[in-house]
Design a protein around this ligand. Structure first.
Ligand SMILES: *[C@@H]1O[C@H](CO)[C@@H](O)[C@H](O)[C@H]1NC(C)=O
Ligand SMILES: *[C@@H]1O[C@H](CO)[C@@H](O)[C@H](O)[C@H]1NC(C)=O
Ligand SMILES: *[C@@H]1O[C@H](CO)[C@@H](O)[C@H](O)[C@H]1NC(C)=O
Ligand SMILES: *[C@@H]1O[C@H](CO)[C@@H](O)[C@H](O)[C@H]1NC(C)=O
Ligand SMILES: *[C@@H]1O[C@H](CO)[C@@H](O)[C@H](O)[C@H]1NC(C)=O
Ligand SMILES: *[C@@H]1O[C@H](CO)[C@@H](O)[C@H](O)[C@H]1NC(C)=O
Ligand SMILES: *[C@@H]1O[C@H](CO)[C@@H](O)[C@H](O)[C@H]1NC(C)=O
Length: 630
């Protein structure tokens, strides 16, 4: 053995010894009101990012931009319903590759604040809870109801062992873990439930890891959301006086680090409500004040992303408010992952408090206007019902919910016949406003109108005994926040025609996505209808580039769009404010034709085409106001 090789080996051996000897630790210093990382005072400046709202091909790009912005940590939710789509069926691959995402975060040298729920809110369908929990209709979510706890235990038994080796003191980069989410905003205030979660998290993760809660600033929120042995943090946006906000945290946590776990850089949008924005100046002023106070801050969101497919949630504020497809959030990184002026301004503030990596932030990616794409091939929804609903329909005297029939997302069709001749217009409606959430009404295949939860509960029809009546019911997203997450979908109460309760239903669960992805285009005689649920298909070739783009819906009303079988999400240009949907370039092929499938539920333009643009339009106006509908 040569001398140099010998010296090298001794040196490496020494290094190895050092690495194992220097025990990593992350803890709370109650004396000095801060965190301690490896025994040294530590403060995090973090940003939220949701891997489930970004195509995996872009994860690294977004994380790199967050690192370059000067953040030292990222905060991540884990949506239970994304990873356990059916009871006992787990999915951690491709878009759902949580561990692959965490590996990338680690490679970039960012720390992780993990929020595994089981409830997460996040404006995500049912706040991340699986809607199959409601197959047991009496279940009381987010409480110590044994049925709920049993499902939670099974899930955490799968999830938390994946997390344990990634904890900071085990050599990983996860510094802290949030238990539940804004539990104080939920009506139940069940301490036994929180104690149960605490015990389960400790069982799988050990004694050492910092566990915490996050709640709003109200006294009731802090009372019901916090628990001894869980470090209490708060969340608030830039419109709140920071000093007073942290005084609220001090009421429940007299010593320890100040933490704002969700500092709002922007806000979400609802269909039919104006687009939300938050000014850069207001956001940066608040950030600076919190950092001056020595606080730890997580910016929610730093990169919002997209509610692809059927994943967007809804809020309930006197009535039902579904959330739009974009989750741009007016965040520092746009929906397409591009740096905004807000990002540069935030980076400047961060630079006053800690070292920001040298070098430029990657510039915005180029966007492309692919132009108009015609969708000449038209297929009426009902003409391909057997393709969309491969299993046999359920027969039931009265309507059953999605959850009773184990359908989690999308659409279900309810079919019966008129029990009588109806010569004068009679109102078809659902008792107790029980349309969850939209029902497209067809009589003998003719579109008659739409029922809408809390807004339109009556469509007049005339017809004859035995006419076929279909209600295609759309789930617009399970409620994700507020007093009640038991948001059953479909027809929740009986359907009436005048004063008659309709009975004898055939109920078709639908799997539109499988049909679009695998059995398209369907071969059926073309239909000439331009109203009611209809599919429109077309293809386009790219000029050899697959760049991000935005699809606009001139003359269309309400529906769902797929590109090359990928469900981009809901569009609703007549409602707004979102007028274009983000199309990640990675979905497009440069070598073969790209297929566009649009499901229009109401009225299509006479010349059906969509328009691919190089910029988003999230703030469109609409003539719709919720007041008109009450
Ligand atoms: C898991 O999810 C991915 C991405 O959403 C999907 O493509 C895949 O088919 C799913 N795997 C299983 C086994 O369902
Ligand atoms: C914020 O609250 C603190 C403490 O009550 C007060 O001293 C300060 O003036 C307030 N700041 C603003 C901008 O109102
Ligand atoms: C439905 O018909 C009734 C009369 O049968 C009429 O009073 C009512 O205005 C109609 N409603 C709509 C929405 O057309
Ligand atoms: C929640 O909604 C379900 C179904 O509508 C209802 O049975 C239950 O009473 C509601 N619970 C609360 C607390 O409002
Ligand atoms: C529908 O009506 C029938 C007959 O009156 C009744 O037995 C049933 O409980 C009703 N279903 C719902 C969900 O209200
Ligand atoms: C659809 O329209 C075309 C052209 O106007 C016509 O030739 C055809 O018969 C129509 N088909 C149906 C099913 O009505
Ligand atoms: C939408 O945003 C763009 C870009 O910020 C702005 O120019 C436009 O005036 C806004 N439109 C509306 C209707 O607010």
């Amino acid at each position: 053995m040569g001398l140099w090789l010998y010296i090298l080996m001794v040196a490496l051996g020494g290094l190895q010894f050092q690495a194992t000897a220097a025990v990593s630790s992350f803890s709370i210093d109650y004396e000095n009101n801060c965190f301690l990382k490896d025994g040294v005072q530590f403060r995090y400046i973090s940003g939220s990012i949701h891997y489930f709202r970004i195509p995996p091909a872009y994860w690294k790009d977004r994380l790199l931009k967050m690192y370059m912005s000067g953040l030292n940590a990222v905060q991540i939710y884990v949506p239970w319903n994304y990873h356990e789509p059916l009871p006992g069926i787990y999915n951690f691959s491709e878009d759902r590759d949580l561990e692959g995402f965490l590996d990338l975060v680690a490679q970039l040298g960012l720390l992780v604040i993990l929020r595994p729920g089981p409830y997460i809110c996040a404006e995500w369908d049912m706040g991340g809870l699986p809607s199959w929990l409601l197959a047991e209709p009496d279940i009381i979510l987010r409480t110590s109801d044994p049925g709920f706890l049993q499902a939670v235990n099974k899930w955490l038994n799968v999830l938390l062992p994946k997390i344990k080796p990634r904890l900071y003191h085990n050599g990983g980069n996860i510094i802290s873990i949030q238990v539940e989410n804004e539990y104080g905003s939920y009506y139940a205030c069940d301490y036994d439930y929180m104690r149960h979660l605490l015990a389960v998290f400790r069982l799988y993760l050990g004694k050492e890891v910092v566990l915490f809660t996050t709640d709003g600033l109200k006294e009731s929120e802090l009372r019901c959301g916090t628990l001894q042995d869980l470090y209490a943090t708060v969340d608030f946006g830039p419109e709140i006086n920071e000093t007073r906000a942290f005084e609220q945290q001090r009421l429940v946590e007299p010593r320890g680090p100040l933490v704002n776990s969700e500092y709002y850089t922007g806000w979400l949008d609802y269909w039919g409500e104006p687009h939300s924005t938050k000014s850069t100046a207001v956001v940066t002023q608040g950030l600076q004040k919190m950092l001056e106070l020595g606080a730890n801050v997580n910016m929610y969101m730093f990169q919002g992303g997209t509610n692809f497919g059927y994943w967007s949630g809804a809020d309930y504020k006197d009535n039902y408010f579904p959330i739009v497809t974009s989750y741009d959030y007016d965040a520092p990184l746009s929906e397409a992952g591009d740096p905004t002026e807000k990002l540069y301004a935030i980076r400047t503030i961060i630079g006053k408090f800690q070292v920001v990596p040298a070098g430029p932030i990657p510039p915005p990616t180029p966007k492309f206007s692919y132009g108009y794409v015609s969708l000449p091939q038209r297929v009426a929804f009902l003409d391909i019902l057997s393709l969309l609903s491969p299993s046999l329909p359920f027969h039931s005297s009265f309507p059953l919910t999605f959850e009773a029939l184990k359908q989690t997302h999308g659409f279900m069709l309810y079919r019966t016949v008129l029990p009588d001749d109806i010569l004068q217009p009679v109102s078809l409606s659902v008792l107790e406003n029980g349309v969850h959430d939209l029902a497209y009404v067809l009589l003998n295949g003719e579109y008659k109108g739409t029922l809408e939860r809390d807004r339109v509960n009556g469509v007049n029809i005339t017809g004859q005994l035995g006419d076929s009546l279909d209600l295609l019911v759309e789930n617009m997203g399970h409620i994700n926040f507020g007093a009640n997450n038991s948001d059953f979908k479909g027809l929740i109460y009986n359907v009436t025609l005048g004063s008659t309760i309709l009975s004898d239903w055939l109920i078709y669960p639908l799997d539109i996505d499988s049909a679009v992805a695998h059995e398209w285009p369907p071969y059926v005689p073309p239909s000439n209808k331009t109203t009611g649920p209809t599919f429109y298909t077309g293809v386009f070739k790219t000029p050899g580039i697959n760049q991000d783009t935005y699809v606009k819906f001139p003359g269309w009303s309400k529906g769902q769009i797929w590109i090359n079988g990928f469900n981009l999400g809901r569009f609703w240009p007549v409602r707004g404010p979102q007028k274009t949907l983000f199309v990640p370039g990675v979905l497009l092929s440069t070598s073969v034709l790209n297929t566009v499938v649009v499901l229009e539920l109401q009225n299509a333009p006479s010349n059906p085409k969509v328009l691919f643009l190089d910029r988003p339009l999230l703030n469109g106006t609409s003539t719709f106001t919720h007041k008109d509908m009450k």
